[in-house]
Design a protein around this ligand. Sequence first.
Ligand SMILES: O=C(O)COP(=O)(O)O
Length: 227
Amino acid sequence: MNVKDVRAVLFDLDGTLIDTVKGLTQLVNLMRKDFGKPPLSEEIVGRYIGKGMLVLVRRAMTESMDAPLDDQIYQLAVKSLFLHTEKGEYDKGTIYPGTKEVIQSLKKKGLKIAVVTNKPYNMMLEVLEQAGIKDLFDVIIGGDSASSPKPSGAPVLLACEKLGVEPGQAIMVGDSGNDSQSAKAAGVACLLVSTGWSEGIPLSEIAKRDGAEAIISTLSEVSKFIG
Ligand SMILES: O=C(O)COP(=O)(O)O
């Protein structure tokens, strides 16, 4: 990749900009309580994060990555999770150290900045606002903003279109295979950061599979890859 040509950086949210596992675990456990189920640990819920809230509901109810769930129970569980979310009964997350500074320094270099998350749009706004970074982004794409969420290429392509850059001029930064697969499908380069969760799959495996540029341990390293 010719990093000198990068004009936009697209960031994933959960596990990349903000540590949100505490709040998501709280919501999952409030939902499970409504069904008389015992709480799950943050470690378990962390593995279930990545494909958006609807998949999180199914995984948390079945305690499995891909087991099916009876449709009637699924509908009730979705209702329960969204009710607790609307009531704001969750911790809004902790911004990773250096996140704001990295974004500000990229902006100073003239780069456009976007969030491309699988979190529902409204929930994402609350989380970004609480972290004090909402106004730093030129474009904000939620899990319900494009025709389909990550790992489809649609949200990454939509971000590029809204930013007015070609996919070859953008780089995605994320913590899971959903980010790298979405970037790859859209023709966008990708960096993987190891602060988050990757559905229990080692990042090295994901990076190899999707041809990611590199695995970085903190967001501060992003600048090294931009000319
Ligand atoms: O809500 C999720 O499951 C993941 O959200 P993310 O795309 O910001 O990682």
